[in-house]
Design a protein around this ligand. Structure first.
Ligand code: INI
Length: 153
């Protein structure tokens, strides 16, 4: 068995981050987590391009443009969808996660889905740098791993 192994490093990887402004007090914490993760793995802000969109629904289109540009080794999509009184959030969640996965496969570029899907604000806060970690940090780690793996395939 030949297993592909490597250490997790950000050096040399070109990252694109697309983040939604909806629930911005949460999503800005995800940006901070992602950038912190990249920097703590030897990367720098020069390697990161950041695009902002109005809401999670708009993430797939911009992720697609970024992935198609050939300028990035990985795209990290950050957002926070918080359930309200209507099924609106559920519709957004299923559409966005399917579309991000489609973009990734169609463009051959890792597109990391780091959109928080929460029942309430407390759950979202827990995933934005408090009790349950930071989904932006997790997304940056997944981006590093996938970009490095894809280079070896
Ligand atoms: N967008 C979000 O990013 N999070 C939400 O929780 C949310 N809710 O619940 O409405 C949300 N709605 C806006 C949506 O993503 C689009 O921006 C809007 O529909 C315009 O296309």
């Amino acid at each position: 068995m030949m297993e592909l192994n490597w250490t997790l490093e950000a050096g040399g990887i070109r990252f694109a981050i697309v983040v939604s402004r909806f629930n911005t007090f949460i999503t800005e914490q995800l940006v901070k987590g992602a950038v912190d993760c990249i920097e703590r793995h030897g990367g720098s802000s020069d390697q990161i391009t950041l695009a902002r969109v109005p809401g999670a629904n708009e993430l797939p289109l911009v992720a697609d443009r970024l992935a198609a540009s050939g300028k990035f080794d990985a795209v990290i999509a950050l957002g926070a969808v918080i359930r309200g009184a209507t099924p609106h959030a559920d519709l957004i969640n299923s559409q966005v996660s399917k579309s991000l996965a489609q973009v990734s496969v169609a463009r051959g570029v890792p597109v990391i889905n780091s959109v928080i899907c929460a029942d309430n604000i407390e759950q979202a806060i827990e995933r934005a740098g408090t009790k349950a970690g930071n989904k932006g940090w997790d997304g940056a780690q997944a981006a590093m791993e996938m970009a490095t793996l894809c280079r070896k395939l």
